[in-house]
Design a protein around this ligand. Structure first.
Ligand code: CA
Length: 430
């Protein structure tokens, strides 16, 4: 089954929650940036701005949404209909379409933004805007604020308070409702299928880019827009480079192949990593490190429970990794001391989890203002991705481990009970 958009009521429910968060005396602005140039006269394929589509379902570039907390209505400023431009560049909804299909109470061409914005924002006590996201948006808002300052004699001098809109939006995005989790599950199922095919294709003698092509083919054939980040197909020593994306090497007989790839489906990102022997058979040192990483994944996943700290996932995984590093002779000393001194970091390199959603590294805070880790809540989705890397030039380690990089990554939903792993469809055992 292929759908082209999430259900429309998802967006109206989000707007209701958003209005409740910003309150009656506020106006919020959310911007979709313009297209960016790729070369001198073509553009990158436009990726709809997640914050913008989250509330509106509208995916065109160069659009502005204004949310009026008093009226509980939203207004869209969009690209106008233009027969010639649309013939060259693709369809536009235009203001009429923005009202008819996206639930805006009114919509105007973008060119009218400057003229209309002042009167719409002026009565509000608080303006929600995310400074530092898009320079075009910041220029518009700063222009508006300086206009208010110049109008010293006006009875309403514009909002006295400015609040970062992402402090509301990104917290909302962090807690997925069931309909979103199901879209994420589909994104993960497509990516898992792609990983199965990639594992079959990654034989000695094949090139890494051939494996990437297999992944991409599956993503597109299942209705995903493409990869949710550059696919990593790292054979041999390349697996010790965390974001290796050249994908240009020929896979050799005793190589491990690390594939870190996910797709974007209806806007939602999946993010899966698997590491497997190209020949189907681990060497002894590969098998040993792989066993440690799988045990760490299990320990981390067990901590994905409502009420537990986000950081606990990383801690549980790191404890297993450090024990394993000591057993394997890669670290010397007591595990407890090593954990405290962080001496293991040269082999683990990164943290175990990040949020997952519309962005592959989804938005939302990881810690409270006082620095303490936040508690997991049902509907949050995160990756669990422990890894071990022995870089080829690492000193004072048994030579048999040099150049081995292993990461295994699942996408996991926090529920009221047991963690729900969305990426089981991609095999982890060789
Ligand atoms: Ca990841």
């Amino acid at each position: 089954m292929k759908e082209s958009a999430p259900p429309a009521d998802l967006f109206s429910r989000r707007r209701e929650r958003f209005f409740a968060e910003i309150g009656d005396d506020a106006v919020a602005l959310v911007f979709a940036p313009p297209e960016r140039l790729f070369g001198h006269d073509t553009t990158y394929r436009y990726r709809p701005e997640p914050d913008f589509t989250y509330l509106t379902g509208f995916g065109e570039p160069d659009s502005v949404a204004l949310f009026d907390g008093k009226k509980k209505q939203f207004v869209l400023f969009v690209r106008p209909k233009d027969r010639e431009r649309e013939t060259w560049e693709g369809r536009r909804a235009g203001p009429k379409g923005a009202v008819a299909f996206f639930g805006a109470s009114r919509a105007y061409p973008l060119a009218e933004l400057e003229k209309r914005l002042g009167e719409m924002v002026r009565p509000a006590g608080t303006l929600f805007h995310g400074f530092g996201l898009h320079p075009e948006a910041d220029r518009t808002v700063i222009g508006l604020l300086s206009q208010f300052r110049r109008e010293a004699r006006h009875a309403h001098r514009g909002p006295g308070r400015i609040v970062d809109v992402t402090s509301v939006l990104h917290e909302m995005r962090l807690r997925k409702e069931p309909a979103e989790v199901e879209i994420l599950a589909r994104s993960c199922a497509i990516a898992a299928k792609a990983h199965r095919e990639a594992q079959a294709a990654a034989r000695p003698g094949r090139f890494e880019f051939e494996v990437e092509a297999v992944l991409m083919r599956r993503f597109l054939a299942e209705g995903a827009t493409g990869a949710s980040y550059h696919s990593i197909v790292a054979s041999g020593e390349n697996a010790t480079i965390l974001h290796y994306v050249e994908n240009s090497r020929r896979i050799e007989a005793n190589d491990l192949v690390l594939v870190d790839a996910g797709c974007e489906y209806l806007g939602y990102a999946s993010d899966i990593t698997r590491t497997f022997p190209a020949s189907g058979q681990f060497t002894k040192p590969q098998k040993r490190l792989n066993g440690i990483v799988l045990a760490a994944l299990k320990a981390g996943t067990a901590k994905v429970r409502a009420g537990l700290a986000f950081e606990g996932v990383d801690r549980a995984a790191k404890e297993v990794l450090v024990d394993g590093l000591v057993d394997a002779g890669l670290l010397k000393g007591r595990a407890k001391t090593l954990l405290a001194s962080k001496k293991y970091e040269k082999f683990t390199l990164h943290r175990t989890s990040h949020w997952l959603g519309l962005d592959v590294h989804d938005r939302g805070r990881y810690a409270s203002r006082d620095g303490s880790s936040r508690a997991l809540e049902p509907g949050m989705v995160l990756t669990v991705e422990p890894g071990l890397y022995v870089r080829p030039d690492e000193k004072n380690v048994p030579a048999e481990y040099l150049g081995i990089g292993i990461r295994v990554e699942d996408d996991v939903v926090v529920t009221d009970g047991d963690p729900r792993v969305l990426t089981e469809g991609a095999p982890k055992e060789a």
